[in-house]
Design a protein around this ligand. Structure first.
Ligand SMILES: [Zn+2]
Ligand SMILES: [Zn+2]
Length: 380
């Protein structure tokens, strides 16, 4: 049997971590390993569950104290009961908003009502680089559990097709009594018989089997603003999963935008950076170059005579629009590079020999050059 990992180690924490640090670290890791972000990845799923367990203990002062004292071998057995920790569903929404605390406090006897709303969903969407320039209106198709139209989400095929749930007497919740060590803990849970609705469907809707929702392919439209960065998450409120049998609200749909790479530009916010490989003579004599640009107009680059490799040319207001302030644009920054030919013909070699003496005479002595170079390098 594999040894159980240390809770602090799982959450990447020191033993004296504060409550805030515990929460912060959990949130960071939960985002990384959330099942929505790692579909069909059993390793991430295992990690997600492992860190939920660690958080449930370390975020509870009493449980943390016991853990610090006894580690995993508490004399009163697992705090989660004989079955051990089973994992919980935390939606992305809850990780963002911090509502996950209430889910964890339930383990140890709080009586908060469980959130029966539909889950939030995360969808990845790639757009070409030009979208960062112009913005766009997007339409995607996703498969999502939506309210069943046939029964209007209540799961019953007829208005009188349900009766009061006998397990919870129509309250939708049941009280669970569990032992945490020597203590009896009462907690309320959603009634599993009626999924919290308080009513049992006697005549279930044939389309959704009484669930009140159905997996459907739906079209979702949204706009991307100019200046968008990769990794930006758009929140489409209420466009996530529908709740079961109208119990609660729809989840949200998060669309994470991935902006594809440009052929030669790198991005630094709204600035665009490119390397321009030039020949020795272009750098020495200067040159005007025109290249196509993402704003539809040509980009004219004027390389001054006597330019050196590594120097930059900045063309302002030709970069990407600044998000939220699209009338302002970043710069294009051009880094000059020296490109050497792969080979020299005999004729070229002869011509180069002719100028090499003159070139040498323009430079200082080799010792001086070495000193100057090292001074510049060390100054950086
Ligand atoms: Zn239905
Ligand atoms: Zn019930």
């Amino acid at each position: 049997m594999v040894a159980k990992r240390d809770y602090y180690e799982i959450l990447e924490l020191e033993k004296d971590a504060t409550e805030q640090e515990i929460k912060k670290s959990f949130r960071k890791l939960a985002r990384k390993y959330h099942p929505d972000k790692n579909p069909d990845n059993p390793e991430a799923e295992k990690k997600f569950k492992e860190m939920q367990e660690a958080y449930a203990i370390l975020s509870n002062p009493e449980e943390r104290r016991k853990y610090d004292m006894f580690g995993h071998n508490r004399p009163d057995g697992s705090p989660f009961g004989p079955g051990g920790f089973q994992g919980v569903n935390i939606s992305f929404d809850e990780i963002f908003g911090g509502g996950f605390d209430s889910i964890f406090s339930q383990f140890f006897g709080s009586s908060q009502k469980r959130n029966t709303s539909g889950s939030d969903l995360l969808y990845h969407h790639s757009v070409p680089f030009i979208t960062a320039m112009n913005g766009s209106d997007e339409e995607i198709e996703i498969d999502v559990d939506k309210k069943c139209i046939s029964c209007d989400g209540n799961g019953s095929s007829s208005i009188d097709g349900s009766r009061i749930c006998p397990s919870c007497d129509g309250r939708g919740q049941i009280e669970k009594i569990s032992m945490i060590g020597p203590f009896t803990q009462r907690s309320r849970q959603e009634c599993p018989s009626c999924i919290g609705s308080g009513r049992i469907i006697t005549n279930p809707c044939v389309d959704c089997n009484g669930n009140g929702r159905l997996n459907q392919r739906v079209k979702v439209k949204f706009s991307i603003q100019p200046g968008i960065n990769s990794g930006t998450r758009l929140r489409l409120k209420g466009q996530g999963e529908a709740p079961k049998r109208n119990q609660g609200r729809n989840g949200d749909l998060f669309v994470e935008i991935d902006v594809e790479q440009h052929k030669w530009f790198e991005r630094d916010g709204a600035d665009l950076i490119m390397a321009l490989p030039l020949s020795f003579t272009d750098l020495a004599l200067g040159k005007k170059i025109t290249i196509p640009h993402i704003d539809g107009k040509k980009l004219a680059i004027s390389i001054p005579a006597n330019s050196k490799p590594g120097e930059t040319i900045t063309i302002s207001s030709r970069g990407l629009p600044v998000p939220m302030n699209n009338s302002v644009r970043g710069s294009v920054v051009i880094v000059l590079k020296l490109e050497m030919p792969n080979k020299f013909s005999n004729t070229m070699r002869k011509k180069l020999k002719l100028i090499s003496k003159d070139l040498d005479s323009e430079l200082s002595s080799i010792e001086n050059r070495l000193e100057e170079e090292s001074k510049r390098r060390r100054a950086n």
